[in-house]
Design a protein around this ligand. Sequence first.
Ligand code: HPA
Length: 235
Amino acid sequence: MSIHIAAKKREIAPVVLLAGDPLRAKFIAQNNLKKVKRVNKVRNALYFTGTYKGKKITVGASGMGIPSIGIYSYELYAEYDVECIMRIGTCGAYLDSINVFDCINTDIAYSESTYAQTAFNFSENHISHQGKMFDVINTTAKNLGIPVLSGAIHSGDAFYRVDRELPKMAKEYNCLAAEMEAFALFANAKYFNKQAAALLTVSDNIVTHVQISAKEREKSLAVMTQLALESAVRL
Ligand code: HPA
């Protein structure tokens, strides 16, 4: 048991998929895993462990934003001996050439956040994906014929902004998209020498303002979920 997760140690698998939304974690677990058991419900941050094609996998919630995923992924690595965490989430595209439903495998996360500096004295404004999971996702996507972009993304602290210009950091480092979690996940993995990846589906385009509906969101996430699970069995 950790401060925010009440599962017993052996109830969490070495490979964990983290969705922002607890109900999405529940949906993924109940529709894809066998022998599923709910292993955490503290704060309604639902975690489920089961098997996919015989491999033990945990699917759970990270919550939204760097502080939240920072806490959950830290405790998973530190207290539950988790080796690999794959964030599966949505993002907003910064380029008009990127379409809703596109999948992005995050190579590097840039952020203005003080999280990595405060937690670990990591002074850089970017942290790479950690370990081989990024490559496994790209290879699996190729084998399954799922198109995936890879590149830098921007882990921001503000979803709503008054400024209509793209954030300075996004322009400076050619970030493909905005999300709010990968930087903290990568920082924790780097500190613990574990694996981390962030697989994202574009849910909106920040330049063109095209968005997908809640219903479409569910459908599009099915492709990302399949890619995530198929990658997880290859780890
Ligand atoms: N900004 C930040 N995070 C996001 C967005 C966005 O536009 N869309 C989905 N997650």
